[in-house]
Each structure stands twice: as structure tokens, then as C-alpha cells.
Design a protein around this ligand. Sequence first.
Ligand SMILES: *Cc1c(COP(=O)(O)O)cnc(C)c1O
Length: 373
Amino acid sequence: MAVPLLDLKPQYQTMKEEILAEIAAVCESQQFIGGPKIEKLEKEIAEYCQAGYGCGVTSGSDALIIALMVSGIGAGDEVITTPFTFFATVGAIARVGATPVFADIDPVTFNIDPAKIEEKITPRTKAIIPVHLFGQAADMDRVIAIAKAHDLMVLEDCAQAIGAECNGKRVGSIGDFGAISFFPSKNLGCFGDGGMVVTNDPEKAALLKCFRNHGQGSTYVHKYVGGNFRLDALQAAILSIKLRYLDSWSDARVANGKCYDKLFAEYGVKGVTTPRVASYANRMIYNQYSILVADGKRDALRAFLGERQIGCNVYYPLPLHLQECFAYLGGKEGDYPVSEKVAKEILALPIYPESTDDQRREVVSAIAEFMNR
Ligand SMILES: *Cc1c(COP(=O)(O)O)cnc(C)c1O
């Protein structure tokens, strides 16, 4: 039985009529930029994230960039983040002209280790970007305490974690800003690229809306140099429909994760560490189910699963301090040993909501066959 890593088609089939009707309504209105669909979605997402305001933008990457821009972060400033994340987190810092500074990750959660942050703070440090990787909240209480003590802005990268919670608080509402991605493979995906910034501060929300429209105050009068960071009305209309299903999808991912945990125990799979959830991360939404594969067997296991037509992928094989484009930062092998070790051992398995227990049994029995030989 072939098992895809992700299949978006069954989900679409369950809501096809609703979505096509909404697309038709936007087409009839011919209002593609701004308008009621955008405003509705911004209210809905802000409420879902327990934040005051939402600002629809072009992508999760641009959500990070615009939050840094409105905070006045740029040349000469340093921003502390994790070296074990999708490129966009660190790319955003470089794109605004600031300097990325890394703090290594916690080996259990793969999120930034608060104990490693303080030693990286200098007089030039302006912000911290914790990433809620794979759907699990970073240790926000400790990140916020450090930020408060040093007067730093906190931008949460929630691209993989919409609806995840840290000590009962929704991610995105805890720091100054939350950046959300609607890339199709995220828990809430649109039909192309899209994103949102959430914040509790009305002044920050107003600045975001100004910056996403070329920093325009009144028509053709520009107070700031912003950009075109606008979310499409078509995407907003689709997302408002999909948002109604998001909790059921995230609950299904949680159940699928539990099923994997049971199967790995049942098969007595050797050399595999299943995902561990920290006590403060009380709602982990499993954007990925990523195992650690010991004894240097990850790449061979990945090839073996490929032969069996079982989808899997490595998020992420090369930590950011070792990327060629960041060589100017002077990072080298050995600087962030936890990130480097995890990058060599991590492997994501199929966890999408509609995947079945039979498929998971196929996945785990194949892994057991390989690892227990
Ligand atoms: C997906 C992702 C982004 C970027 O989102 P896009 O919508 O693809 O631009 C940023 N950070 C993380 C951690 C992501 O997973």
C-alpha cells in the first residue's frame, strides 16, 4: 500500500461545493483586493488565535518581514532565533537588513532553548523570534520573561502552529506579533500563498495595515516605505470556509499522532524516538510527526521507505548557520550541536488528517522491519 506524505484531495472533496460557491461569489463581486472577505477573515483568525487584530498578508514569509518592518528593525540590529527552522524565519531577518543571531534548540521539543538566549543578547539585540516548530509551542513563558528583562520585541513564528497553545494561551497572542502561514501544507492552507499577522496592539495593527499597502496613509500619500503585502480576497473567502473545519483537522492529527505512538510501542521499534510534547505545550497540533532515527540510519531508512512508496521527508537537513547564504555570519560546524544532531536524525512521517490507521500500520511495520533487522 502506497502512503503519501500529504494528500490534500480528500479534504477538498468534503467542502468542494461550499468553496466553489464562495469563489463564484467573489468573482461576481469583482472585488479582489481588500473588502469584506478580508475583513471577515481577519476578525475570525484574530479570534481563533485569541488576539485582538489580524492583518492579512501575501505569505507567512511576508508576515515575518512586515512585522519586523513595522517594528523599525533593520541595519545594525540583531534578532535572536533558532538555527533549526524553515529558511523564511531567518531569511526575514536578513531581508530587512538586520543580523540573525542563533541560539541552539532544546533536544526534546526542537524549539529554541530559552537557556541559550540570554548569552546571545548584546546592546544591538532588538527582538527574539521563537518558532513553534511542527505544531508544538516553544517555551513562551521563559522567552517572554527574557524579552521583558531586556526590552526586546517578540515575534512568534506560528507558520506551523495555528491553534497550538502554551500554558493555555494560543500562540500568536503571547508575543508582540504572531506570523501565520496559509501555505497549502500547513494545518490551515489556502489555494496558493497567503499569510496573516496577529497582534493585541491596536497601533501595531494599524501600522501593519498601512505597511502592507505601500505605507500609504491617505490615497497616494505615503508616510512609510511599505510594500504590496496584501492577501487576495479569493484566498480569504476560501480560508473562511476552511477555518470552520480546522479544529476537526487538528484533532485528527493529534489522534493520528497518538496512534503512531501506540504502534511504535507495539512493534517495539528500536532506535526511534517518537515526538515528545512538553508539559507547557498543552495543545500540540502536529503539523508534522517527526521521529529521530539513531545510529546514522536515517538516510538509509528514508531510502527504504521510498522503495516501499511510503512518503517521508526531512525537515530540515541543513541548519541555518551552515547555509551558504549565511556564511557571512561566520557560522561553522559544531556551533549549534543540538540542531546539527537533530538535522541528521529527523524524519517526518505522514500525519495528515485523512490518513488512516491502516496506513500508519503500514508505515510503522516497514520502519520496524528496517530498524529491528
Ligand atoms: C511555512 C513556514 C514559513 C513561511 O510561510 P510561507 O507562507 O510559505 O511563506 C515560515 N516559517 C516557518 C517555520 C514555516 O514552516
